[in-house]
Design a protein around this ligand. Sequence first.
Ligand SMILES: Cc1cc2nc3c(=O)[nH]c(=O)nc-3n(C[C@H](O)[C@H](O)[C@H](O)COP(=O)(O)O)c2cc1C
Length: 196
Amino acid sequence: MGIRVSVPPKGIYHAYPTLVAVVTAKLGDRMNVMSAAWHTALSFEPFLYGVAIAPSRFTHHMIEESGEFTINFLSFQDAHYITLFGRTSGRDIDKFKVYRVEIREPVKVQAPVLAVAYAAYECKVVQAVTTGDHTFFVGEVLAAHEREDGFDEKGLPILKVLDPALYLGRNRYLSIREAVPIKMDLEEARKKIESR
Ligand SMILES: Cc1cc2nc3c(=O)[nH]c(=O)nc-3n(C[C@H](O)[C@H](O)[C@H](O)COP(=O)(O)O)c2cc1C
């Protein structure tokens, strides 16, 4: 297998496919929503979740000013929302009105939770770090919403029910509804090495 090495590095899709976080914010009466592929869990206790948002996004100043945001996860059947929210700006349109987006009442913040989301976090900004041409907003998760039938007794997502929308890059999405999870605990991983 040939490996290509580029210096300076080329390409940004090495860590894809990935789940996309649909981020909402509210400032005064105005709500907005955008898509973000660059997001991650950061800490169990306190529960922290971060998202990288470019200052040019309309959402950026809303989060900066309000100090809050929500993170929403969508199913493959709703992936069109990810494209709509990520290819149009709240500067030009009210995405909630134009795309007839239904919301669920948040319990801890003002920013809305998307009714279509199978899981969502309500976050309060505890840090905003400039990371190159993005701002990494670190949120403390104050409340979590999840579909009651979407997670098993261990808390793992049930793929057949949730069908999380994976994003490959360049407007391409994947369904993993039919994917079969393979258990790989330490014992099984060791056996792989020993049988080599
Ligand atoms: C799949 C996808 C992923 C994206 N990921 C990010 C991201 O991680 N950070 C970011 O700042 N913009 C990201 N964008 C771009 C914003 O969603 C886009 O600029 C959006 O129009 C901003 O909306 P706003 O101006 O209403 O805030 C992404 C777009 C798409 C379609």
